[in-house]
Design a protein around this ligand. Sequence first.
Ligand SMILES: [Zn+2]
Ligand SMILES: [Zn+2]
Length: 347
Amino acid sequence: VRRAVFSGPFSVEVQHAPEPVRGDGQVLVAVEYCGICTWEQRVFRGVRPEYPLLGGHEVSGRVLEARPGAHVRTGDLVAISLVPRCGCCSYCARGSDNLCAYTSAHPHDPESAHGPGGLSQVLSVNAGDVYPIPDGIGADVAALVEPVACVLRSLSRGDPRPGDLVAVFGLGFTGQLHVMCARAQKCRTIGILTDRERAWPAEVRIAPDSVVASTDSATILQHLREDVGESGVDVAICTRGESASVACALKIVRPGGKVIVFQSIRDSGGLTIDPSALRSREISLVGSLSHGREDFARAAALVGGREVDPSGLIGRRFPLHGVQEALEFAVRNPNLRTMVHLRDADR
Ligand SMILES: [Zn+2]
Ligand SMILES: [Zn+2]
């Protein structure tokens, strides 16, 4: 089978590997589509030099072989969760398997290729990590169950109620997914265009209820009063804009509000937090990382039931032999998901 290996800065190679063998309790899957997320883009750009990496973690496929009596059968379309988890540490036991102690305690061996391996034509994965998606949903859309799961976790960290006002900083791919999922939870949404959007004008396909093109808190609060009739937001989610978004978000949430750090932020940018404001206004500042099992199951149900439809956020599709070009394209076009189609390539 063929698979993509990130071998160095701005270099992804297609290599041959032996076809994986289905282990006990595993399902053999022919990968259909893999989305290119920011993690792969960072490795590609050399920001995270974790070579050689078997990248790709937003994956759909068709079942090639499963144990008799398994919950999936040969030919089924599936979404696959490739987050490694041990299933028995204290984090896994309490449903925070995205924080699994085992996987964080075992960093990769720099001599061998490592990683989720979603840009491989065939994968053998644990049966519990494979979620059937009904016929009629595109295999490309099924691959986006993973980012939907991450966004559902992020929203759950803010726990908005129906009718609540949710602000989303950044209207790129994950920002728009937040708008879509918040709306599915009957929340009202306001999109905040960050400086990044001015560098890469957002192709907004999923429009929030209102949009402000500023990360100045006074401007946003004025917009909220005049155009939305509110004095603040209940939940603010930072998907872009680094620390400046977090600083602004802390000022526009109302008392009791929650600020969620979804974006991976490398530089604190001199962010200062006023602990007395957190206390007196009872504001929560929380992070959100990847997805847990429950988030993935919910995402598969919502996408499978068409309650969340991310099809409009799919950008260009590339074949496996064009993976280098796909990465170059994804880096230049971060607002829609660039996808790699693995099915048509010869094994
Ligand atoms: Zn992702
Ligand atoms: Zn664990």
